[in-house]
Design a protein around this ligand. Structure first.
Ligand code: CA
Ligand code: CA
Length: 313
């Protein structure tokens, strides 16, 4: 070993790292053994865009951060540690995307890549404890992606390609902010979209962690109710009032203003929302309030200026 270390001194740390071989593997496996469910979150990803295969469609490279650890022999030697989750490519093809994990250097080092315009947000959309990555395209109309780690290996998997058409809401745009929050208390984080700080849409995660525009007749009143509740959670009285029908707004205004910051805790005991009846201009929902015993409350929604609003709750 002493001879090897002498060799490192002569040839620098890179040669030392290469010569170490087996030890380097040992160090990397000892250092980088995170919970596979947290693998994506720990990878320190950076995004790049470019048309890597010159087919006219923009591809996305999601590059894991290179990390080093110093191992202490007779001198400190830096060793490259395998990232908790590898670099991956989202390759555009005929309107869709496919994922290629750990693409070759000929791809990752291509001169075509320029910095990507994505926000990285993490949440447990599948309800498994896995931290799924939401890559939100920041430009208006942009495509976004949900990448989830394999529960056994932590390898990135493309869960869903999110387009404005599929969601019924544009996640992009400079004024938009997208967060993953569990808004129906089922253990899966949901998609909350704000514009200029005001909630404009709440999409509930489906069983498999994906999202879609709800085209049922119940969708409008339910969305309006969820946006109202999320505005209360935000403590945004003005936004909450805007979601109340004009004829009822006055009677709730004083009550909500008097509650002050307490409105942020108002919805936490509202454990379920069900549709009782949907008519063209009104809808009746039922909410369960869980305070010791479960009580059913009726919520009346009305359609006003083509918008669903809360009339009675
Ligand atoms: Ca391409
Ligand atoms: Ca949820």
């Amino acid at each position: 070993m002493a001879g090897k270390i002498q060799a490192f001194r002569r040839s620098g740390w890179l040669a030392a790292a290469l010569a170490l071989g087996a030890q380097a593997t040992l160090v990397s496996s000892a250092v980088a053994q995170p919970d596979p469910r947290l693998a994506l979150r720990s990878a320190g990803y950076t995004t790049y865009i470019g048309d890597i295969d010159h087919d006219g469609d923009i591809d996305v490279l999601v590059k894991a951060k290179t990390r080093f650890v110093m191992i202490d022999l007779e001198m400190a030697v830096p060793i490259v540690v395998k990232p908790s989750s590898p670099t991956f490519l989202l390759r555009a093809a005929s309107g869709g995307y496919s994922i290629e994990v750990d693409p070759p250097r000929s791809i990752t080092n291509d001169a075509a890549w320029t910095p990507g315009n994505f926000d990285l947000t993490f949440g447990d959309v599948t309800g498994t404890g896995a931290q799924t990555l939401l890559l939100r395209g920041r430009t208006a109309g942009a495509t976004s992606f949900l990448i989830t780690p394999s529960l056994s290996t932590g390898q990135p998997q493309l869960l869903q390609t999110l387009t404005p058409a599929a969601l019924g809401v544009d996640l992009g745009g400079a004024a938009s902010e997208v967060t993953l929050e569990d808004k129906d208390s089922d253990g899966q984080t949901d998609l909350v979209v704000r514009s200029n700080g005001t909630v404009i849409a709440v999409l509930i995660a489906r069983d498999d962690g994906t999202f879609a525009k709800d085209t049922s007749s119940e969708a409008g009143p339910l969305m309006a109710w969820r946006v109202f509740c999320a505005s209360l959670d935000d403590g945004n009285i003005e936004a909450a009032l805007a979601n109340i029908a004009t004829s009822s707004r006055g009677q709730y205004q004083t009550a909500l203003v008097n509650l002050g910051t307490a409105i942020t805790g108002l919805t936490q005991n509202w454990v379920g929302i069900k549709t009782v009846e949907v008519a063209p201009t009104y809808a009746i929902l039922s909410v369960t309030q869980s305070l010791g015993e479960n009580l059913q409350y009726q919520v009346v929604m009305v359609k006003e200026d083509a918008q669903w609003r809360v009339d009675l709750f």
